[in-house]
Design a protein around this ligand. Structure first.
Ligand code: T3D
Length: 296
């Protein structure tokens, strides 16, 4: 799979990710694609595509999403990823009817190994999002529940349509927040709000999520896609390597003393200062021109 071969610049192309190959003709959208992909001006948009089940995760959808993110990580033409959902929802978390998760209600039946499911699918997905060498924007177009909410919150910048909502649905089915929820929520909104959201499982509307600092911004529904694309293009024009290092440093700093964080900043700054984008940025500044950043 090579996302660099997705049609000419400025021409969004919808395709089924696993079928993309270098030199392949532009594919037509397929109704059974679980992840839709389009690229425009360096921004790769990945759309979760199981709208009849609110884009809830099956193991198959996990596989396609991780493959698409892995391909983006090694494709220098991709400078930002936008993650969104098809239809009226963003993602309802785990598909509770997927054979990997659906409990067998027969008395005495062996329980499903949810630990293996979480470790095998949600853990690599969140790790991939948090280590992607380009920024990731979540464009939350409707309800984001359970792991769907936490996958959105694991992205770098979260935009949400004003009718979107976030639900820590886990407590309603006897589970704890996963997909990084126990780590993310208290860091984003503090322990008090995090526990309230997780224990009660109430729907949090996008505007309130913005007010609490859970997300970056709530925007009018009709503008979500265009604002996400514009934000993606803005990020794509920034020094990608420095943005990824910023995420890395901030995530690591949560476990560090101030002295350790200062030392980590010095180390990363040493690496970035020796890279092309720093020279380009300073040169562009003094020459009063727009910089062209290329580092990954
Ligand atoms: O395996 C494990 O459990 C471990 C991993 C856990 C990670 C998790 O994510 S656990 C949390 C799983 N998610 C949930 O519990 C959320 C369940 N869904 C809901 O609470 C509601 O659907 C929503 C609040 C998200 C949205 O409500 P509403 O009223 O807008 O929509 P709806 O009518 O409930 O759902 C629409 C359809 O999507 C419906 O199908 P139907 O009746 O039209 O054929 C519904 O069954 C389906 N759907 C929604 N969520 C899921 C789902 N199908 C499968 N799995 C789902 N999670």
């Amino acid at each position: 799979m090579n996302i660099a071969d997705l049609g000419p610049s400025g021409q969004p192309v919808l395709s089924r990710i696993p079928r993309l190959r270098a030199g392949a003709p532009i594919p037509t959208p397929m109704s059974d694609a679980l992840i839709l992909s389009s690229t425009q001006n360096g921004v790769l948009t990945l759309t979760l595509n199981r709208p009849s089940a609110l884009n809830s995760f099956t193991t198959a959808m996990h596989g396609e999403l991780l493959a698409a993110l892995n391909a983006a990580a090694t494709n220098s033409a991709v400078r930002c990823v936008v993650l969104t959902g098809a239809g009226r929802g963003f993602c309802a978390g785990q598909d509770l009817s997927d054979p990997a998760a659906a409990p067998d209600l027969t008395p005495g039946a062996k329980p499903k190994d949810l630990g293996a499911l979480v470790a095998g699918y949600y853990m690599p997905l969140v790790q991939r999002l948090r280590t992607l060498p380009v920024p990731v924007v979540a464009a939350v177009n409707g309800v984001a529940a359970g792991a769907g909410a936490n996958v959105a919150l694991a992205c770098d910048i979260v935009l949400a349509g004003e009718s979107a909502s976030f639900v820590q649905a886990f407590s309603k089915i006897g589970l704890i927040p996963d997909a990084g929820g126990t780590w993310l929520l208290p860091r984003l909104v503090g322990r008090g709000k995090a526990l309230g959201l997780a224990m009660l499982g109430d729907k949090l509307k996008a505007a309130e999520a913005e007010r609490l600092g859970l997300i970056w911004q709530a925007v009018p529904d009709a503008e979500l896609a265009s604002q996400a694309q514009a934000l993606g293009e803005r990020l794509a024009g920034l020094p990608t390597r420095a943005l990824a290092a910023t995420r890395q440093a901030m995530d690591a700093a949560g476990q560090m003393s101030l002295d350790q964080a200062l030392a980590a900043e010095a180390q990363l700054q040493g690496q970035l200062g020796a890279a092309h984008d720093y020279l380009e940025g300073v040169s562009a500044f003094f020459n009063k021109r727009a910089p062209v950043f290329t580092d990954r």
